[in-house]
Design a protein around this ligand. Structure first.
Ligand code: FES
Ligand SMILES: [Fe+2]
Length: 353
C-alpha cells in the first residue's frame, strides 16, 4: 500500500472512530431534559473534545511513525503530472486529448533488447501470483514453493485463460484457473491436466529469462528470443545492507523509453529547466516566475515529465556543439535495437483521425 493510501486510510478510520465515540457519548442518557441542564451538556462536549484530541494525537503518531520508519512511496498516474488543463476538462480527458493529438515523430523501435524490472521482490510473496504487462506482452509472475520468481506468458495455450487472473501456485507450477492445467515455472512445460490420461509434449507456455538482483525481479526481452547477453550486476552496497530501501516515486510518462536516459546526456537543459528554484514549482508556465507560491513544491523531475508528455521525438535533431553528448548517447543506445525490434504499428502525424 502506498504511503498516501495508508495515511488516508488511517485518517478515515480515525474519523470513523471519533464519530462513533461522539455518537455513543451523545446517545447516552442525558439525565434531565436537553437544554435544561447546561453542565451536563458541557460535560458531554468536553468528553467529545477529549476523544477528538486522543484520536488526532494517535493519528499524528501513526503518521509520523510511517513517515520516518517505512519506505515512502509516491505514485503518480499519467494524468497527475505534466498536462495543462483547459476549459474545465478533467485531468484524464486532458491527458487523453493530448496523447491523441500529439505528433509522435519518427520514433526508434519501441522496446530495446535488455533487462526490464518487473516487480520489487517484496511485492511477490511465496505462492503469490501477479499480472504484469511488459514490452506489450501479458505475463504471469509467480513465486514457487522453492522461493524462486518465475515469469511466463500469461495466456494459457489450452483455451487462452489468463494464468495471472485467478491462477494459483501449486509447488513450482502455475495452475490455470479455467481447466486446471499446471505449468512448470522453470521450463513452462505442462505437468498435469486433471482430466486427461496423458499430457502431450507440446503442451507448454513460453518462459521468460528472469533474475532477482538486489531485491528486484527483472525479465529479459530480446526481439529474436536470444538468451541474455549480460547479467545484471549486483550492487554490493545494497547486498551488504549499507544502502537501504527508503522509498520511491513512480510516474507514468507518455514518452519513448529512450527519452528518459537521454535526459542525463542533455546537459544544456539542466540550466534552463532545472535551475529555477524549488519555489517555482513543476508547471513550466511558472518555472521562471520567482513569485510562484511555495506550496507548488518542486519535484524537479516533474518538469521533465511535462516536457516528455508533450514533446515530439526528433530522430535528426538540430544540435549545436555543446549538445554533442546527446548524439553520443543515441549512438550508444542504438546497440539495444536490432533489425526485428518492434516498432510502433501506426503513427498519427496529422490532426486527421
Ligand atoms: S484455458 Fe487454461 S486450462 Fe483451459
Ligand atoms: Fe531533466
Amino acid at each position: 500500500m502506498s504511503q498516501n493510501h495508508y495515511v488516508k486510510r488511517v485518517a478515515a478510520s480515525a474519523s470513523l472512530v471519533v464519530c462513533a465515540l461522539l455518537f455513543m457519548q451523545t446517545g447516552q442518557p442525558q439525565g434531565p431534559q436537553v437544554g435544561t441542564d447546561y453542565s451536563t451538556w458541557r460535560d458531554v462536549m468536553i468528553q467529545g473534545a477529549d476523544v477528538c484530541i486522543i484520536a488526532c494525537v494517535s493519528l499524528l503518531l501513526v503518521s509520523t511513525y510511517k513517515l520516518f520508519f517505512s519506505p515512502m512511496e509516491l505514485l503518480k498516474t499519467l494524468e497527475d503530472v505534466g498536462y495543462i488543463r483547459e476549459d474545465g476538462r478533467s485531468k484524464a480527458r486532458t491527458a487523453n486529448d493530448v496523447r491523441r493529438r500529439r505528433t509522435t515523430g519518427d520514433l526508434p523501435p519501441v522496446y530495446p533488447n535488455g533487462w526490464y524490472r518487473v516487480l520489487d521482490s517484496h511485492m511477490l510473496e511465496g505462492g503469490e501470483v501477479r499480472d504484469v504487462t511488459m514490452v506489450g506482452v501479458k505475463l504471469v509472475v509467480f513465486r514457487g514453493e522453492d522461493e524462486k520468481a518465475y515469469v511466463l506468458d500469461a495466456y494459457c495455450p489450452h483455451l487462452g485463460a489468463n494464468l495471472a487472473v485467478g491462477g494459483r501456485v501449486v509447488g513450482n507450477c502455475i495452475e490455470c484457473p479455467f481447466h486446471g492445467w499446471q505449468f512448470r515455472g522453470n521450463d513452462g512445460k505442462c505437468e498435469r491436466i486433471p482430466y486427461a490420461e496423458k499430457v502431450p509434449d507440446f503442451a507448454k507456455v513460453d518462459v521468460w529469462p528472469s533474475c532477482e538482483v538486489n531485491s528486484q525481479i527483472l525479465v529479459w526481452f530480446h526481439c529474436d528470443g536470444e538468451d541474455p547477453q549480460w547479467i545484471v550486476p549486483e550492487q554490493d552496497e545494497i547486498t551488504r545492507g549499507e544502502w537501504v530501501y527508503r522509498g520511491r516515486t513512480e510516474h507514468f510518462v507518455s514518452a519513448h523509453i529512450e527519452e528518459i536516459p537521454e535526459n542525463a546526456a542533455d546537459l544544456s537543459h539542466l540550466t534552463h529547466l532545472h535551475t529555477p528554484g524549488i519555489v517555482s514549482g513543476v508547471d513550466l508556465r511558472y518555472t521562471n516566475n520567482t513569485t510562484w507560491q511555495f506550496v507548488r513544491h518542486g519535484w524537479k523531475f516533474e518538469r521533465d515529465v511535462m516536457i516528455w508528455n508533450n514533446k515530439k521525438y526528433i530522430s535528426k535533431p538540430l544540435l549545436v556543439k555543446e549538445d554533442s553528448a546527446i548524439q553520443k548517447h543515441r549512438r550508444w543506445y542504438s546497440q539495444f535495437y536490432s533489425e526485428n525490434s518492434p516498432r510502433l504499428q501506426y503513427q498519427r502525424n496529422t490532426l486527421d483521425f
